[in-house]
Design a binder for this molecule. Structure first.
Ligand code: ADP
Ligand code: MG
Length: 334
């Protein structure tokens, strides 16, 4: 069964960025307003995320990394929200099968923080011979998750990574996306041992300011705000997209559905197509869209590593978005 667990875990977490995405979502779900990310060797040596959210109760620590442990499904109806909220209770369990996981956490009510180590879904001692029981430590409210030596027990996967820089770039890209999307949340991301942050967004920053910090002023200064909704197709969307005056070298497509970062190559292609007659030759759009779709309409069967998402009336929704973008661009063009 441990081999099975390890294989399953390796399918959910294929690269450090997949672990990071899960950890960011957990921190945001816990109501955090500050999120600090620390990375060593592209996340393979160390991936640490410190939040100031609600924390985890001491009595929940023992089963925290048991598969399907989640505090996020309370009723049967909630099950339908699995679609966009991902595979429930799989992230920490998976990580514990392919890395050394340490959780330090304190709720508002607790007098002290608790620190626990995990391996293969279970509490584990920090060092051989020590007790596996959670230990009381000093700490602030919130949770710090430390993932060390990712894939240490999956040597083939571990060897497949060519460059730490590539993995770090994926991490920064993902952190940047969430930093744009999560209003009210401050983000930093830093390489271990470096003095300055690679990413830094203040909690109170506006969406435009978030885009400015992450993607630069050139992009941020030339955006139009977008809002579209249609009850027939059960969706509403808002976001910011490039206007007709300014194209970027490489197109950027930030898509969130029900606050989860996802991909839709169909939507991306259709929107890029809409831009071709507006942007100067060689220019590509920057697109940030946040869609809310009734969770019951989103495909439950997406595989966790495939971020590609599908939902009911996809064609109609994409058409509505493109039509709106087209009319906005035509208006700017006049
Ligand atoms: P899921 O997010 O689907 O519930 P996870 O394996 O990602 O599954 O997390 C398991 C549980 O651990 C969560 O439901 C939550 O109760 C708790 N948890 C994980 N990370 C945090 C965090 N940063 N702050 C508070 N609770 C957390
Ligand atoms: Mg989670």
């Amino acid at each position: 069964p441990d081999v099975v667990n390890k294989i399953a875990a390796g399918e959910i977490i294929v690269a450090p960025v997949h672990a990071l995405k899960e950890l960011i979502e957990n921190a945001v779900d816990a109501g955090s307003t500050s999120l600090e990310i620390l990375v060593k060797d592209g996340g393979l040596k160390l991936l640490q995320i410190t939040d100031n959210g609600g924390g985890i109760e001491k009595e929940d620590l023992e089963i925290l990394c048991v598969r399907h442990t989640t505090s996020k499904i309370s009723t049967f109806e909630d099950l339908s929200s699995i679609a966009t909220y991902g595979f429930r209770g799989e992230a920490l369990a998976s990580i514990s099968h392919i890395a050394h996981l340490t959780v330090t956490t304190k709720t508002k009510e607790a007098a002290l923080a608790w620190r626990a180590h995990y391996l293969d879904g279970k509490l584990a001692p920090a060092k051989p011979g020590q007790s596996a029981e959670p230990k009381a430590v000093a700490g602030r409210q919130g949770t710090q998750i430390t993932v060390e030596d990712l894939f240490f027990n999956v040597p083939t996967r571990r060897r497949a990574f060519r460059s730490y820089a590539d993995e770090f770039n994926k991490i920064i890209d993902m952190a940047g996306r969430y930093a744009v999307h999560c209003q009210g949340v401050g983000f930093t991301c830093k390489k271990a041992g470096e003095a300055s942050n690679s990413l830094s967004v203040q909690a109170q920053a506006t969406v435009i300011d978030r885009i400015r910090y992450v993607y630069g002023g050139m992009v941020a200064n030339e955006l139009i705000e977008l809002t579209v909704s249609d009850d027939r197709w059960g969706f509403s969307a808002n976001g910011y997209v490039t206007n007709a005056n300014y194209g970027v070298k490489k197109s950027n497509f930030l898509l969130f559905i029900n606050h989860r970062c996802v991909e839709s190559s169909t939507m991306k292609k259709a929107i890029e197509q809409t831009y071709t007659s507006f942007l100067p030759k060689g220019g590509h759009p920057f697109i940030y869209l946040s869609l809310e779709i009734d969770p019951a309409r989103v495909d439950v069967n997406v595989h966790p590593t495939k971020r590609e998402v599908h939902f009911l009336n996809e064609e109609e929704v994409i058409q509505a978005l493109c039509k709106k973008i087209e009319s906005e661009l035509a208006a700017v063009d006049e």
